[in-house]
Design a protein around this ligand. Structure first.
Ligand SMILES: [Zn+2]
Length: 413
């Protein structure tokens, strides 16, 4: 064995177990495995999770606000898009590489082993940014699976459509778009499906990121997915307007979403920041997570924008996202919290089409160790991460030393 992790606590086992890792995969899981191993780690009952999955981020925009140079004064989505269009002209390839490296370093330290990022592909100069991100993807391939979505207002100009096709040829994995934000959403969807079918790539869209209760792009997307026979290959991010629609209409839309087997990504941090500006009482802007789950839809949760003109918050921590999902979707019971964890682990892995995901024998040994012995803490109070393994290799191990000067009596952490 390459590694033997002893006395690990898994969320689906009553007792602690040992995890044996060989050739990049989980070789055995069981109590007291007496196996020779090149390296051993006694975990003393600490929690081990399968690698975290962030299904929706924007690496080309990330950390633009670290310097405070690109403020979004109204805080709205539309001003964010304007500010970003100016900012990206000033950002060099080397700036992009540095920001993306920082983002991946942070995410991997938090236990992320797979991520999907949207990258703007509106004009030929965006392809230079894409090339820089593809280089960083190769550099970090040993530590994280990174999928790229080509994002633009598809179908609104020949330049955009050509740039998207070029991005997919260069190495982007999925066709993106934001059809609710263009004058003719149906035409944009047709272009997107045409590109997907010509290239054989899946679709991942920003859908109905608006408070308008009459925005029905999600329904149109579900219908088109069924017509194209692409059930299970299409992801819809945001779906905010669903929360502003009345219950009867929302029920019909959700039924169609389930029939089309769409994956839905909720993005609570950005929705809280961008949606409902100026409205009283201020809505949360988050989609109907509980109703979608009850209808059998694969719902997952992502970071979205991190420290850029769209959103000043975020730290590439899917457990923080799971925690925010619990808050915003009123998911507070034991099974709710388990579902929130699923949204940044197995459900997100399903949306990304990751094969053999999970802590099971034969699966790739992508996992993280948390500094807690209490699984209930994972979502309610995300604990520090101690290590991330990718394909059986220890990628990062964090060691901290704490000194408490006046503590009397013992405290179980
Ligand atoms: Zn987004």
């Amino acid at each position: 064995m390459d590694w033997l992790l002893t006395n690990a606590r898994l969320t689906d086992h009553a007792d602690t177990v040992d995890i044996a890792i060989a050739d990049g995969r989980i070789a055995q899981i069981g109590p007291a495995l007496a196996l020779p191993a090149a390296q051993r780690w006694e975990l003393d009952g600490r929690v081990v999770l399968p690698g975290l999955v962030d299904p929706h981020v924007h690496l080309d925009k990330t950390y633009l606000n670290s310097s405070g140079s690109y403020p979004n004064r109204s805080g709205t989505l539309l001003e964010a898009i304007d500010v970003w269009r100016t900012a990206k002209k000033e950002r060099t390839r080397s700036d992009v590489r540095a920001a993306v490296r920082r983002a991946l370093y942070t995410a991997i330290t938090n236990g992320v082993t797979a991520m999907r990022t949207h990258i703007d592909t509106e004009e030929p100069s965006d392809l230079e940014t894409l090339a820089a991100i593809l280089e960083v993807r190769d550099e970090f391939r040993y530590a994280i699976d990174l999928q790229i979505v080509a994002l633009a207002f598809a179908g609104t100009s020949p330049v955009i459509d050509r740039t998207m096709a070029d991005a997919l040829a260069l190495g982007a994995d999925s066709v993106g778009g934001a059809p609710a934000l263009v004058p003719d959403p149906q035409a944009s969807l047709s272009t997107i499906f045409g590109l997907a079918q010509r290239t054989g790539k899946p679709i991942d869209l920003h859908i109905d990121e608006t408070e308008d209760p009459t925005s029905r792009t999600l329904f149109a997307l579900a219908e088109m997915t069924i017509a194209a026979g692409m059930q299970g290959q299409v992801t819809a991010g945001h779906c905010c307007s669903l929360a502003f629609t009345d219950d009867a209409d929302a029920g019909k839309i959700i039924e169609k979403v389930a029939e089309a087997r769409l994956h839905v990504v909720t993005l609570p941090s950005c929705n809280l920041v961008l949606m409902g500006r100026g409205m009283q009482p201020t809505p949360r802007g988050v989609t109907r997570v509980k109703e979608l789950l009850a209808a059998g839809v694969n719902v997952c949760a992502g970071s979205d924008n991190v420290q850029d003109p769209f959103n000043p918050f975020g730290s590439y921590d899917p457990l923080e996202t799971a925690n925010l999902t619990g808050h915003t979707a009123h998911m507070t019971g034991e099974s709710d919290l388990r579902a929130c964890l699923g949204m940044v682990t197995s459900r997100a892995a399903h949306a990304l089409g990751l094969p053999d995901y999970g802590l099971t024998v034969g699966a790739p040994a992508d996992l993280l160790v948390l500094d807690t012995m209490t699984p209930a803490d994972i979502v309610t109070a995300p604990p520090p991460r101690l290590a991330t393994f990718k394909a059986g290799r220890l990628i990062v191990r964090t060691q901290t030393e704490r000194e408490w000067t006046h503590l009397t009596g013992s405290v179980q952490a």
